[in-house]
Design a protein around this ligand. Sequence first.
Ligand SMILES: *Cc1c(COP(=O)(O)O)cnc(C)c1O
Length: 432
Amino acid sequence: MNEVITRSEELFREAVTVIPGGVNSPVRAFGSIGGRPRFIKSARGAFLYDEDGNSYIDFIGSWGPMILGHSHPDVLKSVQEACRSGLSFGAATAAEVDMAKLVCALVPSIDMVRMVNSGTEAVMSAIRVARGFTGREVIIKFSGCYHGHSDGLLVQAGSGVMTAGVPDSLGVPAGCTKDTLPAQYNDLESVREHFARCGEEIAAVIVEPVAANMGVVLPAPGFLEGLREICDRYGALLIFDEVITGFRLGIDGAQGYYGVAPDLTTFGKIIGGGMPVGAYGGRREIMEQVSPCGGVYQAGTLSGNPVAMAAGIAQLTILKEHPEYYSELNKKGDWFYGKIEEILKEMEKPWRVNHVGSLGCLYFTEQEVNDYEGAKTSDTKVFADYCNDMLRQGIYLAPSQFEAMFLSLAHTQELLEKTLLCIRNYFARQSQ
Ligand SMILES: *Cc1c(COP(=O)(O)O)cnc(C)c1O
């Protein structure tokens, strides 16, 4: 019998000869679940369509941006209109002012904002600003939090790195990470110890206010408040990396949701509405350090690109005009993840579900997951089996245990019920 080779398989075979690992970002590879990437041709609403004509209910949403669902007509229209005026000018545009005004209006801790092209760039730049502003060099980051792939932050960096099974990266000079001190998520004592030892040298503490790159780990009550307090006591800056949580947990992100204001915030993913955009912003006196206003150099040829701004502004404007969308989305999340917990209980599975708002994660461990150590106890072999089974049933989950599920407004009750049925099917088969 002839082996049937799918178009995705064929593309992957070509891809690996010209692209490292066949993908342009490691999280897209299916290596950790023992499969092959599906090559996606198009997406609409909550659905992805691959090159072989299969459709999937998508729980990645481009890793977060698609909060309105894929190919939202208003967002597409704005992009098409912007394209007609030219793709890039390398000069100031009105759209950049609109975007900056929008972000400053939506997020109270932000007086000024600078656009960049990715989350990595946003974080790298925010750290430079924190160092420039404080005149200090050391930063604290948490194990299992991911802040992009810049040298200094590839220390116990979560999902992509975790999945590949490499603790750090080759090619990062030791000198670049010597000023990065790792602490434990939800463990204020591990932060206090660093400050007690070298508090006068610490420029900033950077944290994902909800850690969403080791699955989903919620901040324990008092954790974010505690960080705020420690930073204030030592004159260090608190940076919230809201690349995932920004404009997702609410229009004012995790800082609004938990009521703790950072000094600097980084954005990515959602802020571009699907286009490659990042941003960092904060208090005026801090942001005025940025070149050409101040002495911290940071630049970008395509930053604030008019087409990218059009997509981001269109999505953010819709979200701003519909505050009820967030209550709807968060309610949907509570219901959906709660139902998964019910299924687990009913099927007598000891596994754990962590969730907040539209973000959630099913861990194949019996322990509570409150940090990186806890996340690592999940049985990734069972996850692989589950993930492949779901894919065969038409449910597209991130192909890694250490990623979140992202719900969007396009995930209707009917689609979520269908997904729950698939989850139930999986566990029923497993119990046989
Ligand atoms: C994705 C992510 C980044 C990096 O963003 P890129 O656009 O991939 O460079 C940084 N921080 C967090 C929290 C992220 O989830």
